[in-house]
Design a protein. Structure first.
Length: 222
């Protein structure tokens, strides 16, 4: 006869408590709190983006499309501004998160604060390099890397601004093209109206001749 499979004993309370207190390997760290430099950086980008989007105002749309109904034009203008703004903000947030910009700017702010404090206390005797704490030495080695990342971030920001300017130029070109089409359409409409006016006289003359002919026929038949 086959032996029944051996059953494992149930875990005791100590084992369950130990397992429950083990850290989750995929636990996400909370995002760092932006310092003064990081806050100023995000505010500056928001101001630049809002300034760019303000150029796509309803008044500018109205001057380009005077014949389109106001309700439709306002809806198109709002959708364009909203989508363009959302795209730029999402791309900026993605860059900030992927590059860990907030934490690095906070570190830079700490380095600058420490340097300013040391400069203000310049009358005191300097500390020998071998007496510096490990944190200071680590910061000294990280400074070039932080500067390189800041340069990359500035270059990325300039690229984003250039792309925004290009999008703005494309929108203006599309406005000009649509305005040209509307001008041509108005010209064709004018030609049609002129043709209708010219044909009106001919139609009236033909109608008169038809009435006279009918009168003659009616008189002859009598």
């Amino acid at each position: 006869m086959e032996q029944p499979p051996e059953q494992l004993p149930p875990p005791d309370n100590d084992t369950l408590e130990e397992v429950s207190h083990q850290p989750t390997p995929n636990a996400q760290q909370p995002p760092p709190t932006p310092g003064a430099r990081a806050t100023r950086f995000t505010d500056l980008y928001a101001q630049a983006l809002n300034h760019t989007l303000s150029k796509i105002s309803y008044d500018n749309f109205r001057s380009c499309y005077p014949t389109i109904p106001e309700s439709i034009l306002r809806q198109v203008q709002a959708q364009m501004v909203g989508k363009l703004g959302d795209k730029c903000r999402k791309e900026f947030d993605s860059i900030m998160e992927n590059r860990n910009v907030v934490a690095r700017l906070n570190e830079l702010e700490t380095l600058v604060g420490d340097a300013t404090e040391r400069k203000n206390q310049g009358e005191e005797a300097g500390v020998q390099p071998h007496l510096l704490p490990p944190e200071r030495i680590l910061q000294a080695h990280l400074t070039p890397a932080l500067q390189a990342h800041q340069s990359q971030l500035n270059a990325r920001l300039q690229t984003t601004q250039s792309q925004n300017a290009q999008l703005h130029a494309e929108v203006l070109d599309q406005h000009a093209e649509i305005e040209d089409l509307l001008t041509k359409l108005e010209a064709v409409t004018g030609d049609v109206k002129g043709a209708n006016a010219a044909l009106a006289e001919v139609v009236e003359a033909l109608s008169q001749e038809a009435r006279e002919g009918r009168a003659l026929v009616d008189g002859t038949s009598v």
